[in-house]
Design a protein around this ligand. Structure first.
Ligand code: GLU
Length: 306
């Protein structure tokens, strides 16, 4: 299978599409990004990397960071975290508050904002503010030896902190149920820093190698199947069902326009197109993944190509 040729064809096709979705107006720096940008990268289990388009341009990973935060929390705090955040799809928007009242401040899953705020709180309790920041960055770096130094985009985090009233509301509300232990201010700062990390498609695909499991040389974490199952069910907010049907891979989106998708045992895929659909997921990123999966047979719901 000529993955490079498939990626090249997809990039060409995406370049010609006029409707590129909407930029997320509620995070001002993300409205400055050129919606014509499009990149894709695929890391194979044997380490081969295929890239196309703007695959080396860094973008804000935003909620893709929730995957790494969850993995770090699982590996350092273990299964007790599931007493504070559930494992169910929410069917609601990424920043929705509606379920929290009837469900006593326990978020449906770690990939909606409320759940990710609880995970940030867990990391703060475990490591303290400085430690949680350092451990989070180190955890991403440890995913891929080839990763150049990555850092928080402090300006991005500050802008989100100054205007993130909805996330502040979620954290304050959960605190009234005792499901946020640290000062809300500290939790928000940790969460926004995690979201602010910038990476390129090439780098993002590389960091997904551990999630591929199986044929990689790296020891697989026992938590990988859990994380992949949650990515499949909850990785695209209230668009998770449609993404599963169209793409058929565990994936996690971010409002920066990136998506990380995993083909278990076979490949780690990153795609970036800044315009979003109505659910806040990359419009063309989703379409490109659908096309890649159709060309390769990589959906987990169809027999894999060799
Ligand atoms: N930092 C964003 C927020 O909290 C992340 C949302 C996303 O990427 O889906 O609103």
């Amino acid at each position: 299978m000529d993955i490079a040729a498939i990626l090249g064809a997809i990039v060409n096709e995406m370049r010609g599409i006029a409707d590129r979705g909407m930029l997320p107006g509620y995070i001002p720096p993300l409205t400055q990004v050129d919606p014509q940008r499009f990149g894709m990268a695929v890391t194979m289990a044997d380490g081969r990397m295929h890239v196309a388009g703007d695959a080396d341009e860094a973008f804000s990973i935003q909620s893709i960071s929730k995957v790494y935060a969850l993995m770090l929390a699982l590996e350092t705090c273990g299964d007790p975290i599931w007493q504070r955040v559930r494992q169910e799809p929410s069917g609601t928007a990424f920043n929705s508050i509606v379920q929290l009242e009837s469900e006593h401040g326990i978020p449906r899953n770690p990939f909606i904002n409320a759940g990710a705020l609880v995970i940030a709180d867990i990391l703060l309790t475990r490591f303290g503010a400085e430690g949680a920041r350092a451990r989070f960055l180190q955890f991403i770096r440890d995913r891929d030896d080839a990763l150049p130094p990555i850092a928080f985009d402090e300006d991005m985090a500050r802008v989100e902190y100054e205007s993130g009233f909805r996330n502040a509301a979620l954290a304050n509300y959960m605190r009234t149920f005792g499901n946020i232990e640290n000062p809300v201010d500290a939790v928000l700062k940790q969460y926004f820093l995690q979201c602010s990390v910038t990476m390129s498609c090439r780098q993002l695909a590389g960091t997904g190698r551990g999630l591929m499991r199986g044929r990689t040389a790296e020891p697989a974490s026992r938590h990988v199947p859990t994380v992949l199952a949650l990515m499949m069910m909850c990785g695209h907010y209230d668009g998770s069902g449609a993404f599963a049907v169209r793409v058929g891979l565990p994936g996690k989106s971010g409002v920066g326009g990136g998506i990380l998708a995993i083909v278990p045992g076979i490949a780690s895929i990153a795609v970036w197109s800044p315009g979003l659909n109505a659910q806040g997921n990359s419009l063309l990123g989703t379409l490109a993944l659908e096309k890649l999966v159709r060309a390769t047979g990589w959906s987990v719901f169809t027999p894999h190509c060799p």
